[in-house]
Design a protein around this ligand. Structure first.
Ligand code: 5AD
Ligand code: SF4
Ligand code: FES
Length: 365
């Protein structure tokens, strides 16, 4: 569905409960028709919290000296992968900060090993790398790549996301296009309510989702972290009161629902940040307002506390097995089922079908 920007703005600022119920119902129906009732689970392995960057909003920023840093060994990661297999997950997501200590050959060998020893899809979420490094990851068998563009407002992005020391500024939209060209299923997303983010910015984010033709879209509320500049000096950065998007649970549902309407065939997770704002029913409500994916945490319990992107993150004291039980229970409680297999996005499937149709009629010229 295409929506004009004004209509997106009207929905984002809508307050009447009856109208919002209509939005939730429309998003839920669109989700059912396009991606079905299955909720696909992606096992999340947070394998390094080391990051060379200094994003103003994120607890993993290099300037946060309070955080104790860790990087899992290959064996530790493979233990998590083994659990994913035992739990019947169709995908593992390898996520880290922008850790300069991650050796490209080591990462590619790890991906190759997971691909040869399991049937799972492998998703990488390891920040900005050069194009040829991304090519190596793809050649090693990585299926998907997540890189949030955080906000489509380039000025705001530059303010909150300074370049890595000694390195030139990269254009994330360009990296997303490269990932697509390399044949990855491409995921991106934004934070909702970043200080300085206006309604117009957020509407532009939603329009950018559709334009980028993404396979996965993750959106979550911005959660202030006291050991970051944005978390500490909030007022200093805020847009004026009537322009600033609030970082609330309700705003997150609105963005989830609108994302589903604009990108009906995309995989959309009910994110951990949403579950953090509402531990009781955030994920369930997300799944009923557009989402079709959950990413249960597979990281070793002893390291979870240190992957503190924002405070009081959901599941911080739980084990991988507890997350599995918790998530499957929640999915069952809302009358949905856990998806089988890899859960590729229908969007990516349609693109692959179209590509092979073009090939079969003689090239792409
Ligand atoms: N609140 C919410 N989400 C955050 N992220 C980083 N810091 C925060 C925060 N304070 C999100 C970003 C990033 C992802 C790994 O976590 O969108 O891409
Ligand atoms: Fe590092 Fe990503 Fe956090 Fe920025 S958002 S500090 S790049 S982990
Ligand atoms: Fe981790 Fe609920 S999903 S404990």
């Amino acid at each position: 569905m295409t929506l004009p920007k004004q209509q997106i703005l009207d929905w984002l600022t809508e307050q009447r409960p009856r109208r919002l119920d209509e939005l939730w119902a429309l998003a839920d129906q669109t989700r059912r028709e396009h991606v079905g009732d299955a909720v696909h689970l992606r096992g999340l392995i947070e394998f390094s919290n080391i990051c060379q960057r200094n994003c103003l909003y994120c607890g993993l920023r290099t300037g946060n000296a309070k955080l104790s840093r860790y990087r899992l060994t290959e064996d530790e990661i493979m233990d998590c992968v083994g659990q994913a297999v035992a739990f019947n997950y169709g995908t593992v997501v390898l996520q880290s900060g922008e850790d300069p200590g991650i050796d490209l050959d080591w990462l590619c060998a790890l991906v190759r090993r997971i691909k040869s020893e399991t049937d799972m899809a492998v998703t990488l979420s390891v920040g900005e790398w050069e194009d040829d490094a991304l090519q190596h990851m793809r050649d090693a068998g990585a299926d998907r790549y997540l890189l949030r563009f955080e906000t489509s407002n380039a000025k705001l992005f530059d303010r909150i996301h300074p370049p890595a020391p000694g390195q030139p500024k990269r254009d994330r939209m360009e990296i997303l296009r490269t990932l697509r060209r390399l044949g990855f299923e491409v995921g991106s997303g934004v934070m909702i309510g970043i200080p300085g983010q206006t309604w117009s910015d957020l509407a532009d984010d939603l329009l950018a989702f559709a334009e980028l033709d993404l396979d996965m879209i993750g959106v979550g509320p911005y959660i202030p972290h006291p050991d970051t500049p944005l978390g500490k000096y909030l007022e200093h950065y805020m847009a004026s009161e009537d322009l600033q998007v609030p970082a609330t649970e309700l705003m997150t549902y609105k963005v989830l629902a609108l994302t589903r309407l604009l990108c009906p065939d995309t995989n959309i997770p009910a994110t951990t940040a949403l579950a953090t704002l509402n531990t009781k029913s955030g994920r369930e409500l997300g799944l009923q307002r557009g989402a079709n994916i959950i990413m249960p945490n597979l990281s070793p319990t002893e390291h979870r506390g240190a992957y503190e992107i924002y405070p009081d993150k959901a599941c911080i004291k739980d084990s991988a097995g507890q997350c599995l039980l918790c998530v499957t229970g929640r999915v069952a409680m809302i009358g949905r089922s856990v998806g089988k297999g890899r859960g590729d996005s229908p969007n990516a499937q349609q693109r692959r079908d179209a590509d092979s149709a073009i090939e079969s009629i003689g090239g792409d010229s």
